[in-house]
Design a protein around this ligand. Structure first.
Ligand code: ATP
Ligand code: MG
Length: 174
């Protein structure tokens, strides 16, 4: 799965509509502390169905909605749209929207779907909100400190090939 674009509106610090394009090769996001870099990663997890307060650094579900500042009133909804190309080369547009006090609604390629339909779209072990390919700020130290064998396992999980070893061992033991 290739993530190509992320559009946000009212999500955490992204109060105005914002678009992040992820081009071929390496995309860097730079900016001062607190400018919203980690919020981008959280938005990717969130649109894929993440609800864990820890992963989203939130208390309740509505905490992803722009909470307002001294200068700006809060928003009453947050929306994230993820554009991706799936393993079969099909274009995928996944939208999640949350309204204050009213919960989340999802769309896939313009059709209203349930949360579990989105979970199925990202069910492959190498993608989805819990993919080891999404490494949050606090986890980088763990990757660096890991023993070589552990680190290899993490990288193989991220690349989606960890299951191959298990299947090969199974095959060898037959
Ligand atoms: P660092 O370089 O320190 O890791 P960062 O660029 O990763 O910073 P984030 O952690 O993504 O920054 O952004 C944090 C900012 O997002 C804070 O200023 C916080 O106030 C703001 N923020 C988080 N949730 C909301 C919300 N619901 N409404 C408004 N602002 C929010
Ligand atoms: Mg950060």
């Amino acid at each position: 799965m290739l993530i190509r674009k992320l559009k946000l509106s009212g999500f955490k610090s992204f109060v105005e509509p914002a678009e992040l394009r992820i081009e071929q090769g390496l995309t860097g996001v730079v900016g001062p502390n607190g400018c919203g870099k980690s919020n981008l990663l959280e938005a990717i997890r969130w649109v894929m169905g993440e609800n864990s307060p820890k992963s989203l650094r939130s208390g309740g579900m509505d905490d992803v909605i722009f909470a307002g500042t001294a200068q700006r009133p809060p928003r009453d909804f947050a929306e994230a749209v993820l554009h991706a190309t799936d393993a079969e080369g099909e274009e995928l547009v996944v939208t999640r929207r949350i309204e204050r006090g009213a919960g989340s609604a999802y769309r896939v390629n313009g059709r209203d779907v349930r949360a579990k339909d989105v979970a199925l779209v990202f069910a492959d072990a190498a993608t989805g909100a819990h993919s080891p390919a999404l490494v949050s700020q606090g986890r980088i130290a763990a990757v660096i400190a890991a023993k070589p064998a552990e680190r290899r396992m993490m990288l193989e999980e991220a690349a989606g090939i960890a299951g191959l070893h298990v299947r090969r061992r199974d095959a060898e033991n037959k």
